[in-house]
Ligand binder design. Structure first.
Ligand code: F0G
Length: 354
């Protein structure tokens, strides 16, 4: 019986930069659910779909670019791979490197990585180097290491990463039967929005979609260089995954917004964290803070009078809520505020049922 083979096998003829005799290193990533949001559809008067990327093998969309990057690194004879990360890329790289038998080396900003992501990198066997600096410093270091030493760079400045990530756009078009009217998503290092745009353009060029969506990218206020047009030397946000001040794919992302008639906007941490909880409570989808930024963006635009009536909207929710439970619980205070003896009546009374 057929199971999803992973995105390289499923979309091989549409992915560039992969040699014909490449053997895929896969954890059967991709093929993620497109979940209809009744909540957001009724708020907009359109059809809103969530591309739930937390359902990938390591819990984020990064697996899409990692199957291609690690497959190619192995094919080219690399022994070790390196990346800078705010957490998800390193978790994904560590898993795929383990599967491929490569040595993973990770550079992360000290104290700014969610515990779940750090646990993944550790357990998959990565060598983790904590940097007194932010993601942007880590990325410069990762480039320097790959330039000077025998380690292959698998950050999204490696173009084969975006080749894998663009398949999410294919999946959305394949499922909906066409491209959506709008695509909203969080933006950090700006690789993902660039990859989606590449995928949508390719499908339109091939005649597999009748149109391209308007791309709207959302950043955290404290790390919103694409909104202000200036790098942030000290990016800051509770959405640590997108705590990035000088995105590597800045130019590609700007082109995606421009060519699609879209734009970038910034949200406060409060808006992002509120959207995370609302999404979990209305739709049953638990995402990490950064991953709620697209939903927060839609809510902010509706509040500002923007209309999505009658439109089909895809929103990428990029990573799983279990990655960062500490931030998710911060606003709730003591989670267990009722403790009772092992007694039905006591539980009923505490629950207000009596
Ligand atoms: N959402 C999540 C959960 C992420 O981990 C990232 C990026 C983004 C959104 C932004 O995507 O960078 O392509 O614009 N995380 C990277 C990392 C930087 O190291 O895991 P982007």
């Amino acid at each position: 019986h057929h199971q999803w083979r992973g995105l390289i096998e499923e979309y091989r003829d549409l992915i560039d930069l992969l040699p014909d005799d490449l053997e895929a290193v896969t954890l059967r990533e991709g093929g993620t659910p497109l979940v209809h949001s009744e909540w957001l559809s009724s708020l907009t008067g359109g059809q809103v779909w969530l591309k739930v990327e937390g359902d990938n093998p390591t819990g984020s969309f990064k697996d899409r670019g990692m199957t291609t990057a690690i497959s190619l690194a192995k094919h080219e004879g690399a022994q070790a791979v390196v990346c800078a990360s705010t957490g998800n890329t390193s978790a994904s790289m560590a898993a795929y490197a383990a599967k491929a038998g490569l040595k993973p080396l990770v550079l992360v900003p000290e104290g700014k990585i969610a515990a779940g992501k750090m646990a993944q990198a550790v357990v998959h066997g990565a060598q983790i180097i904590m940097v007194r600096g932010n993601f942007d410093h880590c990325l410069e270091m990762a480039k320097g290491l790959a330039w000077n030493y025998p380690v292959a760079l698998v950050n999204s400045v490696n173009p084969v990463r975006l080749q894998g990530q663009k398949t999410a756009a294919f999946e959305i078009c394949d499922f909906l039967g066409d491209a959506p009217d709008y695509h909203l998503l969080p933006v950090g290092n700006a690789g993902n929005i660039s990859a989606y745009w590449m995928g949508y353009e390719q499908y339109a060029d091939l005649g597999r979609a009748s149109k391209r969506p308007v791309m709207r990218g959302f950043q955290a206020e404290g790390a919103s260089p694409l909104v202000t047009g200036e790098p942030f030397p000290d990016p800051e946000t509770k959405a640590t995954a997108i705590r990035i001040g000088n995105p590597a794919s800045w130019k590609l992302a700007e082109a995606a917004a421009l060519e699609s008639g879209g734009r970038f906007a910034a949200l406060s941490d409060a808006q992002i964290l509120a959207a995370q909880v609302e999404l979990a409570r209305h739709d049953g989808v638990f995402v990490e803070p950064a991953s709620a930024t697209g939903v927060a963006g839609l809510l902010a635009e509706l509040a500002a009078g923007e209309s999505y009536a009658g439109a089909t909207v895809a929103i990428t929710v990029t990573g799983h809520g279990l990655k960062d439970t500490a931030t998710a619980l911060e606003s709730f205070g003591d989670v267990v505020d009722t403790v009772v003896d092992a007694d039905v009546d006591a539980a009923a009374a505490a629950a207000g049922l009596t």
